[in-house]
Design a protein around this ligand. Structure first.
Ligand code: ATP
Length: 606
């Protein structure tokens, strides 16, 4: 085992300039140098500022490494790396890639700006003590063993350096399990609690896989103005796609793997231009991707990795037809020929059943909630009549302000049911002296992004949101989530409160409950109990009266359980299910039940 992962990354300078020239770096041939005729190359092998040797005469491709040829298809990009601001002219052999990388904008800069805005830099590392007793369950055939450190995984030096730049010292539980599974080429359905690092869990293997396979794989056809990404990451909202893109750019910084984002509400021409410059990993929302496919500007025939973030949401009634279209009815290779990874904090069994269509002999991974990060969120439920909600919220905000919690560092996210309700509450808060912004599907994309920026920076420390902001968004310093209107579905509640208490930090979630929320009483009481929260007596009485939602989540200690464990399912026979394994002393109960109703599609979702 290597001494320490940190040891190796530590020695590299922060900017990467002058970093090592070790062979692992030379394998990857950046997009714009692939499939070029051998004629114009230099005879020497200049070493790039970043350690990647380029311009060697071998077959006209990069590097002194004789195997450093990637046949993965034409990449008309000049910028190199993942930045949209990369430079250099296309086919600029002498300084193209190197030059492009040198000009790759630093994706870590925005983070520095945010840290500055919030004053003293916080420890951004995960509080790993909070994860020590986390139950983990895997099922499927021949599940690869988990790792304890990044050092145990061969992710490649450039990626390791970026992990260190991200200040990730140890992998989170989902990363410990998911990364080796994905690196082994296995399909994966992973259910892990909110804020536990799922993005990196699917990005690392994709980036590493693309880097390592640069010398193998089939050639993409040469079709003018058509992009052939190797990996596709789909997410349900524009903001989440943007966030994944930002994260992936950091992980891919100076690796030569180029990440492009395409999402609705933004000018398509800019996105087309980015695609024309070459793309290895495409992060997209389904609607915009369908548009690009219909315009024949993107082909999925080279896809080797497909990741669905918030996969249960992507496969519910709202998105499923579009996802089927993209994954099954276009030119994407079928399961088995591509690697598919589905991630979410919640995975209803109906959705698991649907998802199985997209997977081949997959591993199911569940990282439990009890004794895990959801415990970091203190959950309170208060009985509040509809007519009293505003004054109740005002009391909360005044108390926060009096306690000094509403300082620059404490952000409050308030969830409401409707877009109109969001507008009205934002207005009311502002005229009552609480700077607020709002985000929902009727706002223009510019307005949405502005609201999010203003919230993140602390300029408007309150954000009123519909469910468009419920999933995936990783906003540091959100100290309080208020469910002004509770959702109808307990899984939506899980995602909403997960906007606080992220990466091992603590958070507070307050819900306003009244008769209108009766159907949520039982699953909410169950969830709170599981997470060791105090359940008010009146809520238990509501729950006892209610027949709704019994075992709604069906996951017991986990966000969900592998539906293949159901006896009914097993009778049907599925050869890919190879039994299960539970860690940390938790024993499989076996007897969990389904009971999921149809997934609710909230009106406010974009
Ligand atoms: N190994 C790690 N060490 C320290 N911080 C990490 C690590 N992995 C991820 N993080 C940080 O944890 C935070 C949450 O990660 P991420 O957004 O991927 O969570 P998630 O599981 O996708 O959450 P959600 O279910 O809400 O989408 C991010 O700020 C990320 O940078």
């Amino acid at each position: 085992m290597p001494t320490s992962w940190s040891d190796s990354a530590e020695k590299a300078p922060a900017g990467g300039v002058g970093a090592t020239t070790r062979a692992s770096r030379t394998n990857y041939v950046p997009p714009h140098l692939r499939n070029r005729p051998p004629s114009v190359d230099t005879t020497s092998a200049p070493v790039s500022h970043y350690g990647a040797a380029v311009g060697n005469g071998h077959q006209g491709h990069g590097g002194p490494n004789p195997t450093g040829i990637r046949s993965g298809g034409p990449r008309n990009d000049s910028s190199g790396g993942s930045s949209s601001r990369g430079g250099g002219a296309w086919n600029n052999r002498n300084n193209g890639w190197d030059h492009g990388r040198a000009r790759e904008s630093n994706p870590f800069q925005d983070e520095l700006d945010t840290e500055e805005a919030f004053g003293a830099q916080e420890n951004t590392g995960i509080n790993f003590d909070a994860y020590d007793d986390i139950p983990v369950e895997t099922s499927g055939k021949d599940v690869p063993a988990p790792v304890n450190t990044f050092a145990e995984i061969d992710l490649g030096e450039a990626l390791n350096l970026n992990i260190r730049r991200c200040k990730y010292v140890k992998p989170t539980p989902v990363q410990r399990y998911a990364i080796p599974i994905a690196l082994a080429g296995r399909d994966l359905m992973a259910c892990a609690q909110t804020g536990s690092g799922k993005t990196a869990a699917f990005c690392f293997p994709i980036i590493s896989g693309i880097m390592k396979s640069s010398q193998s794989g089939p050639r993409a056809p040469r079709v003018p103005r058509m992009a052939f990404p190797l990996a596709l990451i789909l997410s349900p909202t524009r903001e989440l796609s943007l966030q994944i893109h930002e994260e992936a750019r950091k992980f891919a910084y100076q690796t030569g793997v180029r990440v492009v984002v395409a999402y609705g509400g933004a000018p398509i021409n800019l996105q087309l231009r980015e695609l024309e410059r070459g793309v290895d990993i495409l992060v997209a929302t389904p609607g915009r991707l369908v548009d690009l496919l219909e315009r024949a500007r993107v082909s999925l025939q080279m896809i080797r990795y497909l990741a669905l973030d918030e996969a249960d949401r992507m496969l519910d009634m709202g998105f499923e037809p579009q996802i089927r279209r993209i994954v099954q009815q276009m030119d994407m290779p079928p399961p088995g020929l591509r690697q598919t990874m589905l991630f979410s904090a919640t995975f209803p069994k109906e959705i698991q059943r649907l998802a199985a269509d997209f997977l081949s002999t997959y591993v199911f991974l569940a990282v439990g909630r009890v004794g895990s990060s959801t415990d970091l969120i203190v959950q309170r439920v208060e009985y509040v009549l509809e007519t009293d909600k505003r004054s109740h919220l005002m009391d909360l905000l005044h108390a926060q302000r009096a306690n000094g919690d509403q300082g620059k560092q404490a952000l409050t996210l308030v969830f409401v049911e409707t877009k109109k309700g969001a507008d009205a509450l934002e207005h009311w808060l502002c005229i009552n002296g609480f700077p607020a912004a709002a985000i929902h599907g009727d706002r223009t994309q510019q307005e949405r992004e502005y609201a999010l920026r203003s919230f993140k920076s602390g300029k408007t420390p309150i954000l009123v949101a519909t469910d468009v902001a419920a999933r995936g968004l990783d906003i540091p310093h959100v100290a309080h989530v208020v469910n002004f209107d509770l959702p109808n579905d307990i899984d939506d509640y899980v995602h909403r409160i997960g906007r606080t208490g992220r990466a091992g930090k603590t958070g507070l979630a307050t819900a306003f409950f009244n008769e209108n929320n009766s159907s949520l009483a039982r699953p909410l009481a169950d969830l709170m109990q599981e997470a060791h929260q105090e359940v008010p007596a009146w809520l238990s009485r509501f729950a006892a009266r209610s027949n709704f939602g019994r075992n709604r989540r069906g996951g017991g200690r986990f966000g969900s359980r592998d539906f293949r464990r159901d006896t009914s399912f097993n009778r049907g026979g599925m050869d890919s299910y190879g039994g299960g394994h539970i860690n940390n002393g938790y024993v499989a109960s076996g007897g969990y039940s389904g009971g999921y109703g149809p997934t609710t599609v909230t009106s406010a979702w974009d």
